[in-house]
Design a protein around this ligand. Structure first.
Ligand code: ZN
Length: 70
């Protein structure tokens, strides 16, 4: 492997690294449940994709009020 003949300047190194920053995540809204979701993915809240049910998502059971005995 060859070795670099010239040293990169600080400016050249930093100019290249200017593109390495993380980009902000782009979010869209689910048309079914209105939650913010990642685009082109099944909604993790309701399991819909393009208004079609793709996967069944089990929601955590709500605490049922105890039946009173008569
Ligand atoms: Zn949804």
């Amino acid at each position: 492997m060859s070795t670099p003949t010239q040293k990169h300047t600080k400016a050249r190194t930093r100019r290249g690294r200017a593109h390495l920053a993380f980009k902000k995540i782009k979010l869209t809204f689910c048309p079914q449940c209105k939650n913010s979701i990642l685009p082109h993915r099944v909604c993790p809240y309701c399991g819909n994709y393009r208004s079609k049910k793709i996967i069944n998502i089990k929601l955590p059971k709500k605490a049922k009020p105890k039946k009173e005995k008569k």
